[in-house]
Design a protein around this ligand. Structure first.
Ligand SMILES: [Zn+2]
Length: 270
């Protein structure tokens, strides 16, 4: 694809560098995956994507073919006791410092709890993901017996938040007998509940996640939120400052923290 097809606001780093040693852990390299999934790159909205819920929240669109793989990843992580606070898949952007589109641009990678599972050197399991969580995710096989997901925590510099499909579009049929936790009700593709709301966090929400994003706003502009500060309450002041933040990045000023806004906010604290 042409680099100029990617809007500049998506070129900001989100702290997920996708730098890796392919020989170490990937069965299909990211370069090969970019080719296999090229028809999906930055094409959300063309009818080959579907918005699914992953741990109860929309994650920005995934290829329809990959819905079962995502559902299997959720079931496997749940069975190992993992519960995320935040997660996001689709993001049309380049890998930081390169001219290569991120696999998030095809919706075939998902970042889970970026704050708790940072991209940094050292012990792969220094974040929230432990060995049991990762083993459960990597146990998922396709109907040919091949691994469906790989984990960025295994890369030379652990990218602990990042899981990506390890297969092309013709090889993501999940063998549910291999999924820790087994096949859930309605696991067949097409039976996924899809909600209409686009938003991730909006006015009226009170949660630790709101506080985290308010801290990101303060990292972006120390004069933000002058009345209430990072109080964990999504009130009018937060709506206002989220809007200002979005405007500064050329996004629609919605005052709602959607996936792209969230990724840009998180990048402010790096
Ligand atoms: Zn990622």
């Amino acid at each position: 694809m042409e680099n100029d097809a990617i809007p500049p606001e998506f070129l900001e780093p989100e702290g997920d560098a996708e730098r890796q040693d392919p020989d170490l852990v990937l069965e299909t390299t990211s370069a090969t995956l970019r080719g296999l999934w090229k028809d999906w790159m930055c094409k959300r909205g063309d009818g080959t994507f579907v918005d699914v819920e992953f741990f109860g929240r929309r994650i920005g669109g995934v290829p329809t073919l990959a819905v079962d793989a995502y559902r299997a990843l959720e079931v496997a992580l749940r069975s190992a006791g993992y519960r995320p606070d935040s997660r996001w898949a689709y993001n049309c952007r380049l890998i930081e410092g390169t001219n290569q589109p991120s696999l998030h641009s095809a919706g075939i990678a998902v970042d889970i709890d970026p704050d708790e599972n940072p991209f940094s050197g050292g012990d792969p399991f220094a974040g929230k993901f432990g060995p049991d969580h990762v083993a459960a995710a990597l146990a998922i096989r396709n109907t040919d017996g091949a691994r469906v997901w790989s984990w960025g925590g295994h890369w030379n510099t652990p990218d602990r938040m990042h899981f990506q499909l390890d297969r092309g579009p013709t090889a993501v049929d999940v063998d549910w007998d291999t999924v820790p936790g087994g096949r859930p009700e309605g696991a067949e593709a097409g039976a996924i509940e899809v909600k209409e709301e686009e938003m991730v966090l909006s006015k009226g929400t009170k949660s630790p996640a709101v506080k985290r994003f308010q801290e990101c706003l303060l990292a972006w502009d120390s004069k933000a939120l002058p009345k209430d500060g990072a109080d964990g309450v999504f009130g009018n002041e937060t709506v206002d400052w989220v809007g200002r933040f979005q405007k500064s990045f050329g996004l629609d000023k919605t005052g709602v923290i959607d996936g792209v806004t969230a990724a840009l906010l998180v990048a402010q604290k790096k």
